[in-house]
Design a protein around this ligand. Structure first.
Ligand SMILES: [Zn+2]
Length: 272
């Protein structure tokens, strides 16, 4: 066992040089879109209609449009099963989330909250803006083969169009107060964004404890066009939502989770 102690230190040193560089070569082709780049689930990046089942389902995303080729050809795809992660110190995550007016949209694939300006996440000293968060049911990532009832994705973008997405498992438990207004205002049908009058939300209250405990790997959008170069941070700790809240979302958008993708030759670390 003794040699296992040294290995993560060496790996950490290597990653400090290469892994935390955010100048990704993939997934930034539409960086000129600005905030549009952060619309992880909006499907606007390609014209082809896609879904979570049937002939336009995940097994066929890659053939629906040339723009979606990464969905079938990519080797750094998301989501993955979080298992056998290498213990290593990852970059410090500094969340600076502030309250935002509630702007919410059912885009036909998920329910998404478009976040107001001024909130962000700093990853190893590099600033990202919080663009939006949205939900999947069941969770897209699995932990040791097990999926949670839901997962929320906080999508952040930097000035170069790189993305950092924080995934948080949502387990069945107590009523989630910080998310109550979100669940209460989820549009039942797909349509344009709605701004809910005199309602603010605070994403800082939605995060689990111990933000430094996460798994990290380089992956992709989990929806077409499946662009790679996304910096994924899947929090080790979950948040709770009530069975009624889970049922509310399931009645609107679920199931909306992509099947698990192979890790291939990527590094998956567990940071504490
Ligand atoms: Zn997502």
């Amino acid at each position: 066992m003794s040699n296992r102690i040294a290995a993560p230190i060496a790996i950490g040193a290597i990653m400090a040089i290469s892994f935390w560089s955010f100048g990704c070569s993939n997934g930034t082709e539409d960086r000129s879109h600005g905030s549009g780049h952060g619309q992880e689930e909006d499907g606007h990046a390609g014209s082809a209609a896609w879904s979570y089942s049937g002939s336009a389902g995940p097994e066929n995303w890659g053939s629906l449009s040339p723009d979606f080729a990464a969905c079938s050809d990519g080797r750094m795809q998301s989501p993955i099963d979080i298992v056998d992660a290498v213990p290593a110190k990852g970059p410090d995550l500094i969340f600076d989330y502030k309250p935002s007016p509630l702007k919410i949209v059912n885009n036909g694939h998920t329910v998404q909250v478009n976040y107001g300006p001024g909130s962000g996440l700093t990853v190893a000293g590099k600033p990202f803006k919080l663009l939006q968060f949205h939900f999947h049911a069941p969770s897209e990532h699995a932990i040791a083969g097990s999926r949670a009832p839901m997962e929320v994705h906080f999508v952040h973008g930097d000035a170069d169009g790189s993305l950092a997405v924080v995934g948080v498992m949502m387990q069945a438990g107590g009523h989630n107060d910080p998310l109550a207004s979100v669940f209460a205002n989820m549009p039942e049908e797909a349509g344009p964004e709605a701004e809910i009058a005199e309602t603010t939300i605070d994403a800082s209250a939605m995060l689990p404890s111990e933000a430094g405990a996460y798994s990290h790997y380089k992956g992709s959008l989990t929806t077409p066009p499946c662009s790679e170069g996304v910096n994924w941070f899947v929090m080790a700790n979950a948040i709770e939502v009530s069975t009624e809240q889970i049922a509310k979302f399931e009645g609107i958008s679920a199931p909306n989770s992509r099947p698990l993708q192979g890790l291939n030759d990527r590094l998956l670390i567990a940071s504490r």
